[in-house]
Design a protein around this ligand. Structure first.
Ligand SMILES: [Zn+2]
Length: 74
């Protein structure tokens, strides 16, 4: 029996983007959403699932745009 169990990684992450918390401060997970409204049509953002389900506005829950350039095939 050796003590060579060093490659233990804890926890799984749904979201790979660094700087984005996997959970909101309220304890609910954060998800990625695609905007369906102008002027940010199809713009992706991270949002607290609770705020999403409650359709909250002007709240303090997680909200962050995904700053990812879109690729247009020419
Ligand atoms: Zn929240």
């Amino acid at each position: 029996m050796s003590a060579a169990s060093s490659s233990t990684t804890g926890g799984r992450r749904r979201i790979r983007t660094p700087g984005i918390p996997s959970r909101c401060w309220c304890g609910v997970g954060v998800t990625e959403i695609i905007s369906r409204s102008n002027p940010n049509l199809y713009h992706r953002y991270y949002r607290c699932l609770f705020a999403t389900s409650q359709r909250l506005e002007n709240d303090n829950h997680v909200f962050k745009w995904v700053d990812e350039p879109m690729r247009y095939s020419s």
